[in-house]
Design a protein around this ligand. Sequence first.
Ligand code: T5A
Length: 239
Amino acid sequence: MSAVPPLGTAHRHEKGRAGRFVTFEGGEGAGKSTQMRRLQQRLAERDVEAIATREPGGSPHAEALREALLGGKAASLGPLGEAVLFSAARIDHLDRLIKPALARGAWVICDRFADSTRAYQGARGGVEPRLIALLERVALLGTTPDLTIILDLPPEIGLERARQRRAPDETADRFEREDMAFHEGLRQSFLDIAASEPGRCCVVDALAPEEEVAQAIWHIVEARFFRGNAEQKTEQASA
Ligand code: T5A
């Protein structure tokens, strides 16, 4: 019988490969989709293939779970049950879309990922941190984001932006309907995640105009992934 690989090593994507995994996190209506589109465009200008995707969702089975989770059908399972479903959707998304894309060298830009489970079901939903960490370990098996952009703004502004964007026949989803204390706490939870992992997470002021936010994000991405290459090329050229 073959040995079971230790968790956190199987499927780990190589830091040396060209594909990068960038996630966007934050409260409701923080501007994640808007900024993801802009980043994808900037990357295309550099001839970088970047796939934009989202959670929950991003693959057919995960999209089916999205309906149950955001429609509220899964709410009766409680936050731990919801966390398990978000994780199941994540496993499918990773296996079918994220890992294959990274393996062939594409970038993946994802609207929400495991930090949302930490913040919504963990910190706000009250699921114990060790259970959230265990679920995360099992779902990710080492495929962690290279960079996480946390868009920060007062929740009442984000919720208002989300409300204005909604079509007349659309209703607020299960999480948008939570009270303001939940959303205030959520904002703090994302800031706490950023403080605990400063190497991976960057907080960006999402209250600024769209163009300014896009510029701030591009500076971060450029410094993290491109400046080193440019310096390397200059060094090679002058050697
Ligand atoms: N969830 C998810 C969990 O509980 N656990 C999990 O593990 C995961 C993965 C997903 C829900 O699921 C929960 C969290 C969420 O509640 P969703 O429908 O995908 O729900 O919604 P959100 O991720 O919250 O995203 P939204 O679609 O609500 O908002 P975005 O994408 O952050 O914002 P965006 O870009 O659509 O912008 C909203 C509006 O604001 C404008 C845009 O034009 C748009 O109209 N805007 C700006 N206006 C002024 N200034 C700016 N800088 C602006 N930027 C954007």
